[in-house]
Structures are given as structure tokens and as C-alpha cells.
Design a protein around this ligand. Structure first.
Ligand SMILES: [Zn+2]
Length: 423
């Protein structure tokens, strides 16, 4: 939006300071935040468009650090029966049968749902490239992580050539949009070979700013595979890729460390079974961990070691994962589920996992995730009770909120506004 716009609200949570500003304003110009403060300090002129948001908490838009929009059609489709590998195999079969139109519709609905529940930036893992094309035409800010799933492929070189061709086609076929970037997501440490990881290492040296994400240490099956070299994962690998070699008596993280691959990784998704040494390595390599509470509870995974992660200095953020293992793409619901499991974590810290810490995790901590002069104007508004002005109570109100946001803005462009007066 060209020109200046000023927002007034009952509360402004900048995420830079732990306390909200009461009776606040945010002045925005050309998609960026110009000034913030108390209402009485706002300089108003006739040329500035003015929006009154009354009993609203304005805060930074949410950042969903892990999602698969293309899997929306898999909601309630494959039942989890206690074996994670079998579930993954069934999901793979359903995905291969899905038409482009089905996947297309899933992505469109996912984008709408994300916007409705306050997400303004999404890290979306894409296996078909469809989400990249659709996100380019949507207002959401996004990083699309193209997924590498090599298991069952005859040759790593051949797979990499095919993957690169697909990548070039997808990227060149789309119009340019600076709000969409791309990165890579090797699926898991056991569904890609060490050869592909070596190739990716060289590729990432040439493309320094690529975000790299990977599902790691998600299930008991994965933990047992790296510990003992047995189980359903081992059976599948010996059938499909008997030439692949993996060490025993280790963990996924320690295996990647031995390959020298941890410095390439930005987001480690899940890490439900990480031990002290794993979190120490994650912290040392400045990797952020994405916890997905809804998906975690769906699979009844071992309890996510939040305290262990934080004590090691690891940045933890929150993602929704896909609707194949979750009921909603709302980060409100994810924060609420997290709070139920970890009631001693403060509301501010929970909100940080979808705003300031999430922005840091994706390398955008200096432009996103906080409401500060110079930052991009990605802002949402949540209706709050006016009697409730103790910060902790206000934050709990936000975390327990379950409806659509009443206001949303991405880079200064209004996406959603409800019951507000503009004059
Ligand atoms: Zn995932």
C-alpha cells in the first residue's frame, strides 16, 4: 500500500518488549513500520490513512515454520495404527493417486486457512511444486522447501539430475514475486542417501542463502534404526536400496554430524527422540528445532524434550505439519496444545515461538517477527477483553483464541479487517 497508514489499538505487543503497549499506534509507510508508541505521541495529518482497532491486541503476524499444504486432501484419510513407517507408506500411495486438481485445491484451502488464523509467513514443504506456483499468486509470505525423497531410486546421480530439471521447470514457469523464496528439504536422514547429502552440500555452497529443513528423530522406529540397524525402516531400505549403508549405535543427528552435514541445516523438524548430545550438536550448529504439537499428539510420539532443548540453548519454534496428521493449520491451536503440555512456559515465550524466534530460525530475525521501526509490516489483530490487562492473562487469551483473526496485514497490505472504523 502506497502512502502512510496509522493503526490504533488497545494493545500492541511488539515481541521486542515483554509487556504490551497500552493505547498504542503503529505508523506504516510503503510496507514497513515507521514508528510505534502510545496513542498520545502519534503525529496525525490528513494525508495519513487511519484505522481504529478498539479492543484488539496488535502483534506480529505468525510464522508457520513447518507445513505441507499439498497434503490437505489427506485429512482423516489414512488412519495411524501404531506403525509410523506403514503410515508414511500409505500416505505415499494416496499422494501418488491424487490428481493435480486435488492437490491444487488443498493448497488453495490451506492458504486461505493460514491467512484466516493469522499466519503471514509459511515454510511449506513441496513435493510437486504446485504450492510454489500457488503461493506466488497469494498474499502469504513464504519459503517453499522442495522435498527430496530418494528411497526407491536406482541412482543418486540420476535422481539429482531429475530433481534439478524439475526444480528449474517449476521456478522458471512461475512469475517473480519477492514474497516467495525457495529452499530444500531432504525428507529424513534415512530416506535420502549419504551421496545425495554430499551433492546437496556442494549445491548449498553455490546457493548460500537457501533455507534447508529436514524431518529428524521423529519416531521410535527412526531411533531404533539408527541405534540397532533393525526394524521396519531397515527392512524397507534392504528391499529398495540394499546398497545404502548406515552406521549403528548412533542417532540421526550424530549420523548427520559424522557426514559433516549439520552446518548446512537450518531447521530440524520434530527431534522428539533427541538426547543431550544431539541437542548440544544442534545448538553448536545454530539449528532451530520445529515442534509440531498437533501432529506430535496424533502419533503419540515420545514427549518432546522442550526443557532439554532450551537448556542446550536451542531455538525452538512451532509448526503445524500437514493435515494428514493434524486437524487444522491454525497456529493458535498449536500454541494451545503446547501450553497444555508445558504449563510452566510463559505465554510470551509461547508467542515468541511463532513470531520473533520463528523469524530468527528462518534467518529473518532482523525484518520479521517483531513490530519495530524498519521491520516489514506483517501485523495481525486479535480481539481481547478490555478488563483483562495483566500481560500474562492477555497472552493466554491470545493463545486460547480459536477464531479467525480480526485484522491482518502483510507488508502493509490489508488482508482482513473486521468491525473497525476507518476515517
Ligand atoms: Zn512434515
Amino acid at each position: 500500500m502506497k502512502g502512510k497508514i496509522i493503526l490504533f489499538s488497545k494493545y500492541l505487543l511488539t515481541m521486542h518488549q515483554r509487556k504490551p503497549i497500552e493505547d498504542a499506534f503503529v505508523l506504516i509507510q510503503d510496507g514497513r513500520i515507521l514508528q510505534i508508541g502510545k496513542r498520545e505521541g502519534a503525529l496525525i495529518s490528513k494525508s495519513i490513512r487511519r484505522l481504529e482497532l478498539k479492543n484488539t491486541m496488535l502483534m506480529p503476524g505468525f510464522i508457520n515454520t513447518h507445513c505441507h499444504l499439498e497434503y490437505g486432501f489427506l485429512k482423516n484419510r489414512v488412519k495411524y495404527r501404531g506403525n509410523f513407517r506403514n503410515w508414511l507408506r500409505e500416505i505415499g500411495e494416496c499422494s501418488r493417486q491424487a490428481t493435480r486438481a486435488t492437490v491444487h485445491q488443498s493448497v488453495q484451502q490451506g492458504i486461505q486457512q493460514s491467512l484466516l488464523y493469522g499466519t503471514t509467513t509459511i515454510c511449506d514443504t513441496s513435493s510437486t511444486g504446485i504450492s510454489y506456483q500457488l503461493l506466488k499468486n497469494s498474499p502469504l509470505r513464504s519459503i517453499v522447501l522442495f522435498e527430496l525423497l530418494e528411497i526407491g531410486e536406482a541412482s543418486s546421480i540420476g535422481y539429482w539430475m531429475k530433481f534439478q530439471d524439475k526444480l528449474k521447470t517449476i521456478i522458471h514457469a512461475s512469475s517473480t514475486n519477492s514474497n516467495v523464496q525457495w529452499g530444500l528439504s531432504p525428507h529424513t536422514p534415512f530416506t535420502v542417501s549419504s551421496d545425495i547429502l554430499k551433492i546437496l552440500e556442494k549445491f548449498s555452497i553455490k546457493h548460500q542463502n537457501l533455507l534447508v529443513s529436514m524431518h529428524i528423530s521423529e519416531s521410535r522406529e527412526e531411533k531404533n534404526f539408527f541405534k540397532m540397524g533393525t526394524g521396519s525402516i531397515q527392512k524397507r531400505i534392504s528391499k529398495l536400496n540394499p546398497q545404502w549403508r548406515f552406521p549403528k549405535s548412533t542417532t540421526s543427528i550424530q549420523y548427520l554430524n559424522r557426514l559433516g552435514w549439520l552446518p548446512k541445516l537450518d531447521l530440524a523438524v520434530h527431534v522428539n527422540t533427541g538426547n543431550h548430545q544431539d541437542f548440544w550438536l544442534i545448538s553448536k550448529n545454530r539449528i532451530a528445532v520445529v515442534h509440531c504439537p498437533g501432529s506430535h499428539s496424533y502419533f503419540k510420539h515420545p514427549k518432546f524434550p522442550y526443557s532439554r532443548a532450551r537448556k542446550s540453548g536451542v531455538l525452538v519454534c512451532i509448526g503445524t505439519d500437514s493435515l494428514a496428521s493434524n486437524q487444522s493449520l491454525s497456529l493458535f491451536r498449536e500454541m494451545y496444545l503446547f501450553q497444555k503440555c508445558y504449563p510452566t512456559v510463559t505465554g510470551f515465550d509461547i508467542l515468541a515461538m511463532v513470531t520473533s524466534r520463528a523469524a530468527q530460525a528462518i534467518g529473518k530475525g532482523n525484518i520479521l517477527g517483531q513490530i519495530r521501526p524498519g521491520f516489514l509490516a506483517d501485523i495481525i489483530g486479535i480481539p481481547v477483553s478490555s478488563q483483562n490487562d495483566a500481560p500474562d492473562q492477555l497472552y493466554n487469551e491470545v493463545i486460547q483464541y480459536s477464531k479467525a483473526v480480526s485484522f491482518s496485514m502483510i507488508q502493509g497490505e490489508l488482508q482482513m479487517r473486521e468491525s473497525l472504523s476507518s476515517f
